[in-house]
Design a protein around this ligand. Structure first.
Ligand SMILES: Nc1ncnc2c1ncn2[C@@H]1O[C@H](COP(=O)(O)OP(=O)(O)OP(=O)(O)O)[C@@H](O)[C@H]1O
Length: 251
């Protein structure tokens, strides 16, 4: 039996007024369970737009998205139910500054999953341990480094036990010395917990090591896709080559 994709996108386009952020005839892709799909591309190429259309934080202009075989671009479905299964980590950590680390993680468990106090306490502790921040449960986000805050944001997503996690440039707001600690937590999600991940990032060494597949976007289109070896070691596409040499220059 062939395995069902966790996400399937068919001919997805997105226009903001007259501007085509994802161009016609649209993007199509499949994400299989346990894949680590990395999306690369220049600023403005449509990476975030694609990611956000896949969980309908942005409504696609046309095309379809299926999650676990169910069409979630169907307006009749309850998108909040779907989103419980699709975690998202943003560039800006989006923590509540007036709540402690523990309370930040507990909030969606209480409000969205409606778990019991005991279950919440257990999940808070388990997931803080997973990101090596057990000692920070009672701290406030403002008392933590950016890297620690992003690890709390990851713990908050993990505690929901989603079926896959989207990362939208999770290390772009961090100083280089803090980037490594977030990337190593993300590696652990793959090696220890076998999560399915979709990651928009400029961290090429991370992508080389962890991606099962890489997608290169340029001007609202997928220009190239393949395993990391093809994309990074021997790219046969001129636009991709140019992009990679620009990234190398910057780092
Ligand atoms: N809400 C919006 N209204 C109008 N235009 C938008 C909106 N969101 C994105 N765009 C435009 O769509 C294009 C794609 O943006 P997107 O954020 O998807 O790019 P990106 O590849 O993720 O870039 P970056 O790496 O800078 O985040 C850009 O030209 C952007 O200005």
């Amino acid at each position: 039996m062939t395995e069902q994709p966790l996400i399937e996108v068919r001919n997805l386009t997105k226009k903001f007024k007259d501007f085509e952020a994802i161009k016609t005839p649209g993007v199509s892709l499949k994400i299989m369970p346990k894949e680590v799909l990395v999306i690369i591309g220049s600023s403005g190429s449509g990476k975030s737009t694609l990611l956000r259309c896949m969980n309908r934080l942005i409504e696609p202009t046309s095309g379809q998205v299926f999650f676990d075989g169910v069409e979630i671009t169907d307006k009749e479905i309850n998108i909040d139910d779907v989103r419980k299964n699709i975690g998202m980590v943003f560039q800006a950590f989006n923590l509540f500054l007036h709540l402690t680390v523990g309370e930040n993680i507990a909030l969606p468990l209480k409000k969205v999953l409606r778990l019991s106090e005991d279950d919440i306490e257990k999940r808070v502790k388990d997931n803080l341990r997973a990101v090596n921040l057990s000692e920070k449960e009672d701290s406030y986000p403002g008392e933590l480094s950016g890297g620690q805050q992003q690890r709390v944001a990851i713990a908050r997503v993990l505690a929901m036990r989603p079926k896959l996690i989207f990362f939208d440039e999770p290390t772009s707001a961090l100083d280089p010395e803090l980037t490594g600690e977030v990337l190593s937590v993300m590696k652990k999600l793959v090696t220890d917990f076998h999560y399915t991940l979709v990651i928009v990032t400029h961290e090429i060494p991370f992508a080389k090591e962890m991606a099962t597949r890489v997608i290169f976007m340029d001007e609202g289109e997928i220009i190239y896709r393949g395993p990391p070896g093809d994309v990074f070691e021997n790219p046969s596409n001129e636009r991709l080559k140019k992009f990679l040499s620009k990234i190398l220059e910057m780092h």
